[in-house]
Write a protein that binds this ligand. Structure first.
Ligand SMILES: [Fe+2]
Ligand SMILES: [Fe+2]
Length: 256
């Protein structure tokens, strides 16, 4: 890649550049090259004991639900995006979300899950499924502001919070996979912050609608955290932290 300094551009040009396929390609090449399905080739990792393995399968099944939601919603958003550079960015997000789903499915297979589709149905968290349904309803209703908020702000913040926390306790193989996923999610969140930040500056009356959507979705996010961590037997203090980390992160964005 030639020497390029995105900060030399004005704001519109900067956003077009960082949301381009070209920028995306060079970004992912930096952390996916030399990896296969998100894992460092040739690295060996110890097996997990039965309880850890079973807990991890439940967690990964629910990650697959979140990633499927993002894959379906980001592809649906392309047709209702208000401008072409948003459509281009969303196309890169579709590929990222498909890759996330793929690496989590692959990790499930590595853990000995023979039929991930049916395992996901059995272990699905009902609050997360309700979140996915609501997100898809917003996309189907062509409600760009609400849908991009639900996906690129709420869902991305939820995933970013959960994945980062998990990385600090995960087995090395899962941590490798999560590392690449988290880098992508940060980029998706950046798009949501930028897009909505600019639209709210121009149309501050939209803020109230986003606050309503947030109230509705926060409940589903917090209930999802509670239930997944209950099933994992995580200690109570860490469980509270995850919920408040999510709420703090959303609040810091200042969109509602
Ligand atoms: Fe994702
Ligand atoms: Fe994402």
């Amino acid at each position: 890649m030639s020497e390029f300094n995105p900060h030399s551009l004005d704001e519109d040009e900067f956003l077009e550049e960082v949301h381009s396929v070209d920028f995306w390609f060079h970004a992912v090449d930096g952390y996916l090259r030399d990896r296969t399905y998100g894992r460092i080739e040739g690295a060996s990792h110890p097996d997990l004991d039965d309880t850890d393995r079973d807990n991890l399968i439940t967690t990964l099944c629910n990650y697959c639900i979140g990633e499927t939601a993002a894959l379906e919603a980001s592809s649906g958003l392309i047709s209702i995006a208000p401008n072409r550079h948003s459509k281009i960015f969303l196309a890169t997000q579709v590929v990222d979300e498909a890759r996330h789903l793929e690496v989590f499915l692959r990790r499930l297979r590595d853990l000995g899950v023979e039929d991930p589709e049916s395992e996901i149905s059995v272990r699905a968290n009902p609050h997360l499924v309700a979140f996915k349904d609501r997100l898809m309803e917003l996309v189907a209703g062509h409600d760009w502001d609400a849908a991009v908020f639900a996906q690129n702000v709420v869902l991305e913040t939820m995933e970013y919070t959960a994945f980062r926390a998990h990385m600090s306790t995960a087995d090395p193989a899962t941590a490798e996979v999560l590392d690449g996923v988290v880098k992508d999610e940060r980029r998706h969140l950046g798009f949501g912050e930028n897009d909505l930040g600019r639209r709210l500056m121009a149309m501050p009356e939209k803020r109230q609608r986003l606050a309503e959507i947030r109230r509705e979705l926060d409940n589903l996010v917090l209930a999802t955290f509670e239930e997944v961590q209950d099933s994992l037997g995580a200690d109570r203090s860490r469980r509270v932290d995850l919920g408040s980390e999510y709420l703090d992160a959303i609040e810091r964005l200042g969109l509602t």
